[in-house]
Structure formats: structure tokens, C-alpha cells
Design a protein around this ligand. Structure first.
Ligand SMILES: C[S@@+](CC[C@H](N)C(=O)[O-])C[C@H]1O[C@@H](n2cnc3c(N)ncnc32)[C@H](O)[C@@H]1O
Length: 273
């Protein structure tokens, strides 16, 4: 499968809004490079009219490039540096030197086209909130797993099982590959986009780093699969969307707790009543 890479010169103040809008339109990987934002979408999902309309409303233009899957490794290998979430967790590729001694937990990721290298503020902040939670023996669900990074970390933190879904076939394949690389045998990943068929009250911890609309649409389902007093960590929330998310969570019996903030993005932890 080929992907389309869109490069946009976007002023910093609208970059986050653009990422949220593009994510809603199916773009699934983002890189920020100075003023430039590069967004990736599977070729068959690319819709020129939608993109032109969205960018036109901000007075922006773009350039477009098709990237064959075979070339993807070369593209990301040249860009991907290890990420350290303080001394808690380090994420690196297989071709980097081990981070031995620098971090408590190390994850090796081959992201290919999937989102979730730890570089993005939304992933980084979930990891920061995970640092304060006891995962030992817990059942964890990772909604929108991307590279599998959060499910893999959950297992490294002692989770008894970590189930993960993504609606993107490529992400699922990639997450399975990454789980294997990291010896994360308790991680199970499958392709799905609905949470409503999942067992009620099964999970101690649910992690969801997606976007405002998907989080709002699935709030009741996330609450339903959580145990009483279970923990929900939501991310992919722009600062201005916090009230809407907290309100919807409250209506579903989820009380807000700690927050982590980075580059206008918020991750919020909730407890199920
Ligand atoms: C922002 S990425 C997060 C990846 C990773 N969990 C992280 O924290 O870095 C969101 C992921 O959710 C997936 N996704 C979006 N909508 C979804 C849905 N309705 N059901 C399942 N997965 C979805 C996307 O394909 C993407 O891999």
C-alpha cells in the first residue's frame, strides 16, 4: 500500500488545529519540522477536494508526494531519533544504540507508517501519566494502538494482559511486529473500530490517544468496559477541547484526575465511579 505525504507550511498557532482536522479526515501520521507539517494518509483514502477545502479555509497550500511502502523505512530511518520520556521510558529504533542505564523501560519500535514513536506530544503525555500508575497484574485496553507503543509499555510495567485495537490494517501489522520485537507476549492486537462488542467491566485501565471526536463518540463504551474505580487515560485533546471532553466524561461517571500538558495538547486521567 502506498501513502500520500502532504507537506504544509503552517504557522505554529494553527498547527495543532490542523493536525486535529487532518486526523479526523483519516491522516494517521504526522511529522513537524520547523514551520512545516507533514501528514500521511493511505493513498486510497486521499481526497484532494476535502484537503483543498480544509487548507483553503486557513489560506494554506500544500505539496504532495506519493511514498511507496518499500521506501518508507528509508524515509523514517533518516528522521527518527530516540525519544526519552525523562528517565522513565525511552523509545528507539532497532538500529540505534541501546539506551541502557539512561531509562527504566526501553521500547524498540519500527514505526513504518503507524503513529506512536513517542515523538508526538500526545503519546509523550500518556507515557508521563502512565508513570504514576501501578500496572502490576492489571488488565489493560489500548484503543487506537498505532505502533502498539502504549500496550507494550503497559506490559513492561507489569500488566497481566494488554488488549489493543486499531482500525488501520497496517497499524495492526506493525503493532504485532513491535510487540514481538519487545517480547511483549501478553499484548494482543486486532483490527477493530468499535468498542461496543467488548466485555463489560473487564479492564482496570483503558488508554486512548486518538482525537476529540472519536473520544467523545466512544466515551460511554470506554466507561462500560472499565471496572468500577478503573482508570481511563485520554489523549489527543487540544487545550480548547478540554471542557467538552471533561463534560462528556462526567456525564458517563468518569471523574477527572491528573493532567499532562505538552505543546497545546492535553492527556487527562479519569477514574470510573
Ligand atoms: C494518535 S494515534 C495513537 C497511537 C498510539 N496509541 C500512541 O499513543 O502513540 C491514533 C491511532 O488510532 C487509530 N484509530 C483512529 N480511529 C480509530 C477507531 N475508530 N478505532 C480504532 N482505532 C482508531 C489510528 O489508526 C491511529 O493508529
Amino acid at each position: 500500500m502506498s501513502h500520500i505525504a502532504i507537506t504544509i507550511s503552517a504557522p505554529p498557532e494553527i498547527k495543532d488545529i490542523l493536525i486535529a482536522q487532518l486526523a479526523d479526515a483519516g491522516y494517521e501520521g504526522f511529522e513537524e519540522n520547523g514551520d512545516q507539517l507533514i501528514a500521511y494518509i493511505p493513498e486510497e483514502q486521499f481526497d484532494e477536494n476535502t484537503l483543498t477545502g480544509m487548507l483553503g479555509s486557513h489560506g494554506l497550500d500544500y505539496t504532495k508526494e506519493t511514498i511507496a511502502q518499500a521506501n518508507w523505512n528509508a524515509v523514517w530511518e533518516s528522521n527518527f531519533q530516540p525519544v526519552l520520556v525523562d528517565a522513565f521510558c525511552g523509545i528507539r529504533a532497532g538500529f540505534h544504540e541501546p539506551l541502557a542505564g539512561k531509562v527504566k523501560h526501553e521500547i524498540v519500535i519500527t514505526p513504518k507508517m503507524s503513529f506512536g514513536t513517542g515523538h508526538h506530544a500526545t503519546t509523550y503525555s500518556v507515557i508521563k501519566l502512565m508513570e504514576g500508575i501501578d500496572f502490576r497484574g492489571k488488565r489493560v485496553f489500548d484503543f487506537g494502538t498505532g505502533t502498539g507503543i502504549l500496550a507494550i509499555l503497559a506490559e513492561k510495567l507489569g500488566a497481566a494482559e494488554a488488549d489493543a485495537i486499531d482500525n488501520d490494517t497496517w497499524a495492526v501489522e506493525n503493532a504485532l511486529e513491535n510487540a514481538e520485537t519487545n517480547g511483549a507476549g501478553a499484548v494482543k492486537i486486532w483490527r477493530e473500530e468499535q468498542l461496543d462488542g467488548l466485555e463489560e467491566g473487564k479492564y482496570d485501565i483503558v488508554l486512548a490517544n486518538i482525537n476529540r471526536n472519536i473520544l467523545l463518540a466512544n466515551m460511554a463504551h470506554m466507561k462500560r468496559i472499565l471496572k468500577k474505580h478503573g482508570i481511563l487515560i485520554l489523549s489527543g485533546i487540544l487545550q480548547e477541547d478540554e471542557p467538552a471532553i471533561v463534560k462528556a466524561a462526567g456525564e458517563n461517571g468518569l471523574a477527572p484526575g491528573k493532567k499532562a500538558e505538552r505543546e497545546h495538547w492535553l492527556a487527562i486521567s479519569f477514574t470510573a465511579g
